[in-house]
Design a protein around this ligand. Structure first.
Ligand code: ADP
Ligand code: MG
Length: 139
């Protein structure tokens, strides 16, 4: 497990940007953490690192899956409003057909484990401090 502590949103974005260098087509990144932990901020960094426009990355209210085109396509999934029983209907297994990177916020809503995924847990330590724990895929 790799753990780091960030002290600003920009530092968390940068952590995502650096992690993107270790991802490739078919990579899956599962994000865990409470509302406001910084999951979307980290995905913004992934987008940047994958050559997409980070400014497109947000958490819109009604969009479950967003796509950002870059060097490698990024599929950004937010399961906050999805019940675990409904997740199967989203077809996440086929998302991107193994050709893109899939990043899933609120991955605890997934009905079963995803083999080979990178797991990122973000914890709010107060103020602008966040602990980011990364496991999986040799990291
Ligand atoms: P989530 O997607 O987990 O709900 P967001 O990334 O949307 O969280 O929001 C994180 C919020 O916390 C933003 O308002 C951001 O400015 C703030 N923030 C403060 N410090 C940090 C930090 N170290 N890393 C990430 N976000 C931070
Ligand atoms: Mg979010």
């Amino acid at each position: 497990m790799h753990t780091l502590v960030t002290h600003s949103e920009a530092e968390t974005v940068d952590a995502g940007r650096q992690l993107a260098a270790r991802l490739g087509r078919g990579s899956v990144v599962l994000l865990f953490g409470d509302l406001g932990a910084g999951k979307t901020a980290l995905v913004r960094g992934l987008a940047q690192g994958l050559g997409a426009d980070p400014e497109q990355v947000s958490s819109p209210t009604f969009t479950l899956i967003q796509e950002y085109s870059g060097r490698i396509r990024l599929y950004h999934v937010d399961l906050y409003r999805v019940a675990p029983a409904e997740v199967d209907d989203l077809g996440l297994d086929e998302l991107g057909d193994g050709q893109g990177v899939v990043a899933i916020e609120w991955a605890d809503r997934l009905p079963r484990a995803v083999g080979g995924a990178v797991e990122i847990r973000i914890e709010d330590l107060g103020d602008d401090t966040r602990r980011i724990a990364i496991t999986g895929w040799g990291i």
